[in-house]
Design a protein around this ligand. Structure first.
Ligand code: HEM
Length: 151
C-alpha cells in the first residue's frame, strides 16, 4: 500500500515537472516569445550568434555549435511597429519573406541537432544551406527595407 502511494506521488511530480518544462520550452520559442525588438537589433544579435557558430565549427566545439544555432532559432520577435512597416512595404511578397525566414530557422534547428549528434558533415551541409538562404533573403528583401523608426 505504502509503495503504491509513493509511486503515485512520484508519478504526479513527474507529470507536473514535465508539463512545466514543456510549457517553458514553448514560451521561449520564436513564434510565441513576448520580448520584441527592432529588426536591426535582432539581425545584429543573429550576426553575433553566427560569428559564435562559425568559430565553434572551426574549433569543432559541438556544444557551442548547438548553443549558437539555438540562439539563431530563438531570436526575439520583431517589434510590432517594425513588423507593420515591413509587411506594408513587402505587399504581395510577404508570404515569400516569411517562407525564407522559416527556412533559415529550420536550417538553424537542423544545425543544432547535427551538433548534438556530433556530425560535422551534416553541420557543414546545413551551415552552407543556411548562409545561402540568408543571402537570398537579404538580396530579395533587405536593400529597400529600412524599417527603423529613427530616420
Ligand atoms: C543567420 C541569419 C541572419 C543574419 C546573421 C542576418 C544579419 C543581418 C544584419 C547584420 C543586418 C544589418 C542590420 C543593421 O542594419 O545593422 C540584417 C538586416 C536585415 N535582414 Fe538579416 N540576417 C539573417 C537572416 C535574415 C532573414 C532570414 C531575413 C528575411 C527572411 C533577413 C532579413 C533582413 C532584413 C529585411 C534586414 C534589413 C533590416 C532593416 O530594415 O534595418 N535576415 N541582417
Amino acid at each position: 500500500m505504502m509503495t503504491r502511494i509513493v509511486l503515485g506521488f512520484a508519478l504526479i511530480v513527474f507529470l507536473f515537472v514535465g508539463s512545466y518544462g514543456f510549457a517553458q520550452e514553448h514560451h521561449h520559442g520564436h513564434a510565441t516569445s513576448e520580448a520584441t525588438k527592432p529588426i536591426a537589433e535582432i539581425m545584429q544579435g543573429m550576426n553575433s550568434s553566427l560569428y559564435d557558430l562559425t568559430s565553434a565549427i572551426v574549433l569543432e566545439d559541438y556544444a557551442l555549435i548547438t548553443t549558437a544555432a539555438r540562439d539563431i532559432v530563438n531570436h526575439p520577435s520583431i517589434a510590432q511597429g517594425d513588423l507593420d512597416s515591413l509587411f506594408s512595404r513587402l505587399g504581395a511578397e510577404k508570404e515569400a519573406f516569411i517562407a525564407c525566414d522559416d527556412r533559415v530557422h529550420e536550417l538553424a534547428g537542423e544545425i543544432a541537432e547535427a551538433g548534438e549528434q556530433k556530425d560535422m558533415d551534416l553541420v557543414l551541409e546545413k551551415y552552407a544551406a543556411m548562409i545561402g538562404k540568408t543571402v537570398e533573403c537579404h538580396r530579395n528583401y533587405k536593400p529597400d527595407m529600412k524599417v527603423g523608426s529613427e530616420e
